[in-house]
Ligand binder design. Structure first.
Ligand code: ZN
Length: 234
């Protein structure tokens, strides 16, 4: 499998608290989760030409992971068009945490993706689809001692599957792990991962991300979006 990780890499440059949690950047933390014997990882950032997301890179990507927060607007629309085209043709897309407001996630879902939020909460996650491939090896429930609360209503297109539900110590609930299919591409959204918290160091979150990469990996990539005319079958 070939995985590309996009991280805007903006918090890391100005906030020592983020660097303390992610010494190699959030992309570095995520790369260490996903990299493996059968998984090659490439990381790209906002400051690269075309955000590092050229056709050449996307042609060579099975699954794209997306982390962004402060600089969604800085991602050029042509890059969003290109990523969307590749998802529709079969590339998997995993959108993390504040990526809910990224241009690509809103484009794929067609909604505002607005939600409620409050930092400094305790979260309890529940696996509500225990037989889903993304939940393999994940306990029925586990807690994150410090995570940003994201609350409903979450203005997303109706998910195909809600794999994880989040509950917060303010009483709020959230659809924390959701799947969609768009064209030939599989999409997964995962809520935990605020930049100053340690969610990506939690073993269960790491497992969920690895499982999601496997789940989103296409069987056939670069499928045609428009089927050519054919002769009728005999
Ligand atoms: Zn956040």
């Amino acid at each position: 499998m070939k995985v590309t990780i996009y991280n805007e890499n903006v918090h890391e440059k100005s906030d020592p608290n983020v660097r303390a949690v992610h010494p190699e950047g959030i992309h570095g933390t995520l790369a260490a989760i996903v990299r493996g014997e059968d998984t090659e990882v490439r990381t790209v950032t906002l400051d690269m030409p075309e955000c590092g997301l050229t056709d050449e890179v996307l042609d060579d990507t099975d699954v794209l992971i997306w982390w962004g927060h402060m600089a969604h607007d800085k991602v050029p629309d042509e890059v969003v068009d290109r990523v969307q085209r590749h998802v529709l043709a079969g590339m998997g897309l995993i959108v993390l945490h504040s990526g809910h407001h990224s241009k690509i996630f809103r484009r794929m879902l067609g909604t505002t993706c607005n939600l409620k939020w409050r930092d400094g909460a305790r979260e309890r996650l529940w696996v509500i689809k225990p037989n889903h491939p993304i939940a393999e090896g994940v306990p029925e429930t586990f807690a994150l001692d410090c995570e940003e609360m994201y609350g409903e209503p979450f203005d997303i297109a109706e998910p195909d599957e809600v794999v994880l539900m989040g509950w917060f110590n303010g009483g709020e609930v959230f659809r924390s792990g959701c799947t969609w299919v768009r064209g030939n591409g599989r999409i997964f959204y995962l809520q935990p991962g605020h930049e100053t918290n340690g969610a990506y160091h939690n073993e269960h979150i790491r497992r969920i991300i690895r499982n999601a990469v496997k789940w989103a990996c296409p069987v056939n990539k670069n499928l045609p979006l428009i089927c050519p005319c054919t002769e009728p079958l005999e």
